[in-house]
Design a protein around this ligand. Structure first.
Ligand code: HEC
Ligand code: HEC
Length: 355
């Protein structure tokens, strides 16, 4: 048989095998695909130089370390919309079709005893370091053959970096980012140029990534304009929250806010992070900021951040507003929430009345 026919047969076989893998029925170890070890080189500053004087360097993409250094966890939170159907990210959150992903960076692969992993994932060994996560999210089926995550992968390197930057933050003690090493990488690239045997190939400049299409679908929802409202309405003297707010401490609240500060700025006019800026949030409309992309759950919720609404949200975001993308487990003690709410209230041009 000639090579063309053979290729066709191999191609057909591969397509079949891939299909079966996606369905998740194939026996372990049926096939292995070697991952290339070296994916490409990125040298700080070389991109601009290359644009003027074309140099024959294979630049498939910037190194993961430099991509992560430039990544946006906030964009990553939006990319996570593609994972959210199957994975929760709240601390202690439930497993869905896939396991909970809180604190996934740096932990053992298939490390959660109460999730039923495939044999492929359970026997893989190793830890979810940045490289492995990047490879897995790019192509789950190739990276860990026969694993059962029914997800095709994200081909855009920058989207993966944003996503990993986001996942990294969802931890009590985020793993440090890998160091980008421009000098070592520059040397590697030069060695590579000097090697006459090396395959030389021109590729497009890395900066030409087209605009992300998959993010757009998640970013539309505009929020409503601010509507003033009675914040303390319907709270009786007997309400435990009223008592807690009266006993609350601004200092303790400010200290407690450090947990929130990973994701929220609270200065007037401060930038959005993973979560929106929350200066002046008490007493204003839920999901009000038009330049932040809320989940549909939050932007479509309506109503005001009254003391009660905030208290319920901070007790358990996902129970108070199902579908919210705030990856936060909640604060158990009423007194702690009251401290925090008192502090949030103080961060405003016009703090609403206390009950
Ligand atoms: C359609 C459902 C689905 C989607 C979408 C999905 N996953 Fe998964 N994921 C799974 C399943 C199922 C597993 C377990 C696979 C196994 O046991 O082989 C898994 C496993 C994982 C693991 C391994 C967890 C561990 O404890 O070792 C990671 C990491 C992961 N997914 C990340 C992601 C990310 C990031 C995305 C979005 C880009 C995503 N997944 C999208 C279903 C999904
Ligand atoms: C790991 C990131 C993260 C942490 C930690 C976090 N948040 Fe959030 N927060 C978000 C995101 C993301 C949203 C938007 C949720 C959505 O769109 O569903 C949000 C939304 C909110 C909102 C609604 C804002 C609005 O404009 O309607 C409030 C209020 C809020 N968070 C308060 C807090 C407080 C207080 C804490 C600390 C106890 C906290 N958050 C911790 C990410 C976080």
């Amino acid at each position: 048989m000639n090579s063309f026919e053979r290729n066709k047969i191999v191609g057909a076989l591969l397509a079949t095998v891939l299909f079966i893998v996606v369905v998740g029925l194939v026996a372990d170890d049926l096939f292995q695909i070697e991952q290339p070890e070296v994916k490409g080189y990125k040298v700080e500053g070389v991109e601009e130089a290359a644009a003027e004087t074309p140099v024959a360097v294979v630049v498939e993409g910037p190194s993961l370390a430099s991509r992560l250094a430039g990544a946006s966890a906030e964009k990553g939170a939006r990319v996570f919309g593609r994972c959210a159907a199957c994975h929760s990210v709240q601390e202690g959150g439930p497993h869905g079709i896939g396991p909970n992903l809180y604190g996934i960076v740096g932990v053992k692969v298939a490390g959660q005893a109460d999730f039923g992993y495939s044999d492929a994932l359970a026997n893989y060994g190793g830890t979810w370091d940045f490289e492995l996560l990047d490879a897995y999210i790019e192509n789950p089926a190739e990276t860990i053959p026969n694993n059962r995550m029914p997800f095709a992968g994200i081909s855009r390197a920058n989207q993966r970096a944003d996503l990993i930057a986001y996942l990294r933050l969802l931890a009590t003690d985020p793993v440090p980012l890998p160091e980008a090493q421009p000098v070592a990488e520059a040397e590697e690239a030069l060695d590579f140029l000097a090697d006459p045997e090396a395959p030389v190939e021109m590729t497009k400049p890395v900066s030409e990534e087209p605009a992300a299409d998959s993010v757009e679908e998640i970013t539309e929802e505009p929020a409503d304009e601010v509507e003033p409202a009675a914040v303390a309405e319907a709270m009786t003297e007997a309400s435990p929250l009223v008592a807690a707010l009266r006993a609350a401490s601004l200092e303790r609240g400010e200290a407690a806010f450090s947990v929130c500060a990973i994701c929220h700025s609270i200065e007037k006019g401060g930038a959005h992070k993973i979560g929106p800026n929350i200066y002046g949030v008490v007493g204003t409309a839920i999901g009000r900021q038009t330049d932040f992309s809320y989940s549909p759950a939050l932007s479509g919720h309506g109503g005001t951040w009254s003391y009660q609404a905030l208290d319920a949200f901070l007790t358990s975001p996902s129970e108070a507003i199902p579908g919210t993308r705030m990856p936060f487990g909640g604060i158990k003690a009423l007194a702690d929430r009251a401290d925090l709410i008192l502090y949030l209230r103080s961060r405003s041009d016009k703090p609403p009345e206390l009950p």
